[in-house]
Design a protein around this ligand. Structure first.
Ligand code: GBH
Length: 444
């Protein structure tokens, strides 16, 4: 089905990972502990009682992994930096050995002509900052800006883009709302305050990085979904609207409009955040790009028990509905509500129960998932949305947060016992698809 799809010749094709999920080497070369190291120390927090101590051992195998990307022929790699690797307690002295690792990684990428797209924060706050209040403390936003400035100073010229946060919705709501993620707090009021400090930290980091390196392409990555009412009832429609306000507009409005959405603010009531004068001026920095992570839609049902999504195309191994048209609808809706910078799909992909049979992993279902979402992406582009690139989540199987290693999102299979990497059928398909897209580059 994607045979007929032609994206623009300069469209960026990439793969994505994040530091804690792949690097391992959790104490190597002076790295400090992060809140995810701490969270994993309580085995009850992770489904298979695992941790990130070794993960994909990417810290030691990055050359091989970059080689795999080169074999796939991708244009770009999205990854994150472990803050505690380069600044072990989140403030004070820089750890040169930590920066050296990322410098070596950038060398390897440059050698293969793969563009580097960095995310500064993919959920692994230095534990030292958590001990002083973490994201609940306003100070942490200023520490984050210091870190961002230093990264822009050292690496700004070597990076195709820098995103401040990955999915602050998750940091706030899964970290402080329902305790699925580190630091494992359940406090609705704290979750809202944390979301404000994350946005503030984004704005401060943008200012700091702009001042340091005016040429760097800067933005943020948000997880987003459309919210469909399960039925036509007034209650379901109201719930869907509230969900859009609470999840999408809550992060988009401060950045693009300089305020919180009224509907969500009212719903938060006494949990509404403390906002200082001038905060929105800081948060509302022009972006060079917006990263959108899309996995599924939200299905709003006010009934008890709630109706579940029909999932006509099935569900993934995470139990998430496969709903490609949601990607089209989301992008078109965002484009209507906001004046957007260029968009990158910074994550999209699926977990499947992959296994190796005679040396091969036949993940046909993942190929179909990606094809369907690329068709949906093309439909959004045809409707006028300015999308410049697509990053498949993920390059390889990795530590899927509170699901541990049991869920596999990679297009490359990782045998954790041996650390052997085996490209799945989806990797070979993606390689061929990207090659076909590149052909028209030469033609153009
Ligand atoms: C992304 O987040 C992450 O950026 C990445 O690290 C991760 O590996 C990947 O996706 C796959 O999970 O409302 O409590 O039911 C995932 C995004 C996960 C956001 C599930 C919303 C719903 C949680 N989403 N989530 S809940």
């Amino acid at each position: 089905m994607t045979d007929s799809i032609q994206f623009s010749p300069d469209f960026t094709w990439g793969v994505a990972t994040s530091a804690f999920q792949i690097e391992g080497a959790s104490t190597a070369d002076g790295k400090g502990p992060s809140i995810w190291d701490t969270f994993c120390r309580n085995p009850a927090n992770i489904k298979d009682a695992s941790n990130g101590d070794v993960a994909c051992d990417h810290y030691h195998r990055y050359r091989e992994d970059v080689g795999i990307m080169a074999g796939l022929g991708v244009d770009a790699y999205r990854f994150s930096m472990a803050w505690a690797r380069v600044q072990p307690t989140g403030k004070g002295a820089w750890n040169e050995k930590g920066f050296d690792f990322y410098s070596r990684l950038l060398d390897a990428l440059e050698e293969k002509g793969i563009a580097a797209h960095l995310t500064l924060y993919h959920w692994d706050l230095p534990q030292g900052l958590q001990d002083e209040g973490g994201w609940l403390s306003r100070d942490t936003a200023y520490r984050f800006a210091d870190y961002a400035r230093e990264v822009a100073r050292r690496f700004g010229n070597r990076l195709a883009s820098i995103a401040t946060h990955n999915e602050p919705w998750c940091t706030a709501n899964l970290g402080y709302g329902n305790a699925q993620f580190a630091p494992g707090v359940t406090d609705a009021k704290q979750a809202v305050q944390v979301s404000h400090h994350l946005l503030l930290s984004h704005g401060l980091a943008m200012q700091a990085m702009r001042a340091e390196n005016p040429k760097a392409a800067l933005g943020i990555v948000l997880n987003q979904w459309t919210s469909d009412p399960a039925t036509d009832s007034a209650a379901d429609r109201a719930l869907a609207e509230l969900e859009w306000a609470r999840s999408v507009q809550w992060f988009m409005d401060p950045i693009f409009k300089g305020r919180y959405p009224e509907l969500a603010l009212r719903a938060h009531g006494a949990n509404a955040p403390t906002v200082f004068d001038g905060d929105f001026d800081i948060i509302r920095q022009p972006l060079d790009f917006l990263g959108v992570n899309y996995y599924f839609r939200h299905y709003a049902s006010a009934e008890t028990p709630p109706r579940t999504a029909p999932a006509a195309l099935g569900v993934t191994d995470m139990g998430w509905e496969i709903y490609p048209q949601g990607l089209t609808e989301l992008l078109v809706k965002l484009n209507g509500e906001y004046t957007l910078p260029p968009i990158y799909i910074t994550e999209n992909g699926m977990a499947a129960p992959d296994s190796v049979e005679q040396g091969q992993v036949t993940d046909t279902i993942r190929i179909r998932y990606v094809q369907q979402h690329l068709a949906a992406l093309q439909a959004a582009i045809n409707q006028g949305v300015d999308v410049r690139g697509y990053f498949l989540w993920s390059l390889m199987d990795n530590f899927e947060w509170n699901s541990g290693y049991a869920k596999r999102f990679g297009i490359v299979y990782v045998d954790y016992a041996t650390q052997q990497r085996i490209p799945k059928a989806s990797a070979l398909w993606y390689r061929d698809f990207v090659a076909a897209q590149h052909l028209q580059r030469r033609a153009a």
